[in-house]
Design a protein around this ligand. Structure first.
Ligand SMILES: [Zn+2]
Length: 104
């Protein structure tokens, strides 16, 4: 067992797990229910572990590509172009501030 990725939340951990499994790498998510102590909020941190240490390097390389690709897509998804005037707009706008055309 080798830890391959520490996720900020369970959703991310499961995304990574699913990705690795789609490449034939057996993975588990650990730490979802970790608490830092009685009466305290559970931590959201959880880690993805791979079952086969020998697949670590391959998994690591796949994951780096996956995560950088995901970040690139996230960034691209945050901005959009107005269909009418072509203005580039930040993700928080739901309509073009220039001509008022709603986000597609
Ligand atoms: Zn516009």
């Amino acid at each position: 067992m080798k830890q391959i990725h520490v996720a900020k939340h369970a959703t991310e951990a499961h995304l990574v797990k699913g990705f690795l499994e789609s490449h034939g790498i057996e993975a588990v998510v650990r730490g979802e229910f970790l608490t830092s102590g009685w009466g305290e909020l559970p931590t959201d941190l959880c880690a993805v572990w791979i079952a086969d240490d020998e697949q670590y390097q391959r998994a690591d390389r796949l994951l780096v590509d996956f995560l950088s690709g995901k970040l690139a897509r996230d960034a691209a998804g945050n901005s959009w172009a107005c269909a009418r005037c072509g203005e580039r707009l930040e993700g928080q706008f739901t309509a073009c501030w220039k001509c008022g055309t709603p986000r597609p």
